[in-house]
Write a protein that binds this ligand. Structure first.
Ligand code: MLT
Length: 317
């Protein structure tokens, strides 16, 4: 029987066209509208390949009669109701590592945006100004960088930043050592130390029950006045209201968010009003390279699952 594969959410779907020549599969690439097209096409689909836009909720799952596999072409699976998938016998997998470099590079790009004030300088230039003094920034070199979550992406961020001779502090209860070849890196046992000591703080934990609102006002109150904060991991890990208050009170210098409690962010929110906050629309994994790699890995996993009965990179509830 032909398997119907629905590729959603905009990724490099060229890779899936390889499946088109295979009698076993019919592929519906680039169903980008989760509300209408995805829902309709998913009803009789055997597998979904999604990124972050499609929310595989209980209601969504109930509308699918044939679903066997959901592949998250990326890292985080917080947009999938994994417990309900399990109840329904639907397997869930992701593509670990495939977009990590892009995610790490985006976090670093945001650090530099904040340090050198480039986004604000650009906005000012576009109004015809030449306001050099206002946009005097800070160097990255020799700073203390606090990395919250030292899994694949956190370690990559650290590794990429080594050339700036930082002191790197990481907080991760699940990681005891690292092998990134740099001496000036220390594990700390509590989040408070990260917030007290760092000049730059970056978040790289997944969103799970234990990390919901992990970072809130008590942490921001510990930060150095000149320190900056970046979250390109997941919304919901950081208490958005508390971050906004810290930014408004100038108890921290500036922050950048790539991820939000509710995505996509509505047109006008309190976040848009804060001058020392930089926003990007969940761009972490959005590079051509990452989109190709996640697609390639998902393609391989689909073939293994349907042709060899082999489930790769399963994510359990
Ligand atoms: C991920 O979880 O893989 C990242 O958030 C990137 C993305 O898929 O947009």
């Amino acid at each position: 029987m032909t398997k119907k594969i629905l590729v959603c959410d905009g990724m490099d779907s060229s890779i899936f066209s390889k499946l088109l020549n295979n009698q076993e599969f019919s592929v519906y690439p680039e169903a980008k509208n989760p509300q209408e097209i995805v829902r309709k096409e998913a009803r009789d689909a055997d597998a979904l390949v999604i990124r972050s836009s499609t929310k595989v909720t209980k209601d969504f799952i109930d509308s699918c009669s044939n679903l066997k596999l959901v592949i998250r072409a990326g890292e985080g699976t917080d947009n999938i109701d994994k417990a309900y998938c399990k109840e329904k016998g639907i397997k869930v997998a992701n593509t670990p590592g495939a977009n990590n470099n892009s995610a790490a590079e985006h976090a670093i790009a945001l650090m530099f945006t904040l340090l050198r004030k480039t986004a604000w300088a650009n906005s000012s230039m576009q109004t015809g100004k030449w306001d050099k003094a206002r946009f005097t920034g800070n160097e990255m070199t020799n700073k203390t960088i606090g990395v919250i979550g030292f899994g694949r992406i956190g370690q990559l961020v650290a590794k990429r930043l080594i050339g700036f001779d930082p002191e790197i502090l990481f907080y991760d209860p699940f990681i005891s050592s690292h092998s990134i070849g740099y001496d000036n890196i220390k594990k700390v046992d509590d989040l408070e130390t990260i917030f007290k000591k760092s000049d730059i703080i970056t978040v790289h934990v997944p969103l799970v029950n234990q990390t919901k609102n992990l970072i809130d006002k008590k942490h921001f109150s510990l930060m150095k006045n000149n320190a900056i904060f970046v979250n390109a991991a997941r919304g919901g890990i950081v208490h958005e209201g508390d971050l906004l208050d810290a930014l408004k009170n100038k108890s921290i210098r500036a922050a950048a968010l790539d991820v939000f409690l509710n995505e996509p962010l509505k047109e006008k929110t309190d976040l848009h009003e804060i001058e020392n906050l930089i926003l990007t629309p969940h761009l972490g994994g959005s590079t051509q390279e990452a989109q190709y790699r996640v697609g390639e890995m998902a393609y391989h996993q689909l073939k293994e699952f349907f042709m060899n009965d082999n489930l790769l990179n399963e994510v359990r509830a």
